[in-house]
Design a protein. Structure first.
Length: 387
């Protein structure tokens, strides 16, 4: 009988040690019969399950053009192949034509099984949520040093988004979290996925297009991963250009605005450089949210970032230079920062601050949209041509 394991619960060095013929499966959605999956793969000893891709295909509740979905998923599978894995698969619901997803040499990477959650009646979000800010949390699956799992960014931003929707339920609607983003440093350490910047932008612009066509007009793209940030700015710009009567916003990272920055300064014990990646902040969040996935006996503090006055690393990055040097210039283990300073209590306090900050952003998005609509409807400036 095959044993299944969750890829994203592992540390990067554990993934690096996996036999390269271990089957790895990326499911579109969840609710598949794992016994049937094992049978399709001829019952290997172990099967790795990647985090489910939450939507995008026909029947998922929010479908985008197949070619756009294909490129996003294909890039993720290529990340695994680049790490040397030879048995890499996408699992999709029965009824989807594989030609839409994997053409040519990739067709063998496509598996189909009945999918219990697929229904043509599902809508993400329901039309009843129009007028709310649609929260779109996007995490990532990537290395986080020796002591944290690959799922750090997804766990954190999912918790912040859920907490925000609980705090302002009549003002926001929370979408399922996306566990895959962009890592331009993918090759530095094993196990890190990469959707590719252009595919990432195309997918999320398509999501906004679909939602705008259904009558939604306020969006907040919330990222738990720094590598997503510059691409999310582009998406916001594209969305604003295409849809003039919406308000689509993002932020560089969570816990980094006025509320978050004050909380970081109040409770941190590491110096500048102690918060960046698998650091005091992210480790504290995980100790609070998922202590079972933390291996604190394996923490390695790494703060030896190559710093100059206008380019240095911390959670709220400093300096006027923007660059993207190889990660292995600055870290031997995959961590940037001082994870040993982390505590679960800090994680609780910083999560509260992050939620408070995001809830304030929701109100600001509403205010921006309402003020702008009022001007438009009054015929302000060039809008008078469209009255």
């Amino acid at each position: 009988m095959s044993v299944f394991f969750n890829y994203d619960n592992m540390t990067w060095d554990a993934v690096a040690d996996l036999p390269r013929d271990t089957p790895l499966v990326l499911p579109l959605g969840s609710g598949y019969d794992l016994n049937l999956l094992a049978s399709q793969l001829s019952d290997p000893a172990r099967i790795g399950l990647l985090p489910p891709f939450p939507f995008g295909w026909r029947g998922s509740g929010l479908d985008v053009p197949e070619s756009i979905l294909f490129q996003y998923v294909a890039n993720l599978l290529d990340s695994l192949r680049d790490d040397g894995f030879s048995h890499v698969f996408c699992l999709a619901p029965t009824g989807l034509d594989p030609q839409f997803f994997f053409l040519g040499h990739l067709s063998s990477a496509y598996l189909r099984l009945p999918h219990s959650t697929t229904s043509t009646t599902i809508q993400l979000p329901p039309d009843s949520e129009r007028g709310k800010v649609i929260l779109i949390p996007i995490g990532h699956t990537e290395q986080h040093g020796f002591h944290l799992p690959l799922s750090v960014d997804t766990i954190i931003i999912d918790s912040i988004a859920k907490g925000t929707s609980v705090q302002v339920p009549t003002r926001s609607y929370n979408m399922p979290v996306m566990p895959y983003g962009v890592s331009t440093h993918r090759s530095s350490f094993a196990a890190t996925m990469n959707a590719g910047g252009r595919a990432f932008e195309d997918f999320w612009v398509a999501v906004i297009d679909v939602l705008v066509a259904r009558g939604f007009d306020r969006f907040y793209l919330m990222s738990g991963h720094g590598g997503n940030s510059s691409f999310l700015v582009n998406i916001v710009k594209y969305a604003g250009e295409r849809h003039r009567r919406i308000f689509c916003a993002t932020a560089w990272l969570h816990t980094s605005g006025k509320i978050g920055a004050a909380a970081l300064e109040k409770y941190r014990t590491s110096p500048i450089g102690g918060m960046g990646h698998a650091c005091e902040l992210e480790t504290s969040f995980l100790l609070h949210l998922r202590p079972d996935l933390c291996h604190m006996e394996r923490v390695v503090d790494e703060t030896d970032f190559v710093a100059t006055p206008d380019y240095y690393m911390d959670w709220i990055e400093g300096g006027s230079l923007i660059a993207n040097p190889p990660w292995d210039d600055d870290t031997k283990t995959g961590a940037y920062g001082a994870g040993s300073h982390a505590t679960a209590e800090k994680g609780r306090l910083w999560l509260e601050a992050a939620i408070e900050e995001k809830a304030a952003h929701v109100e600001e998005i509403h205010l921006q949209h309402e003020m702008r609509e009022k001007r438009r409807n009054e015929g302000y400036g060039l809008w008078s041509k469209f009255k």
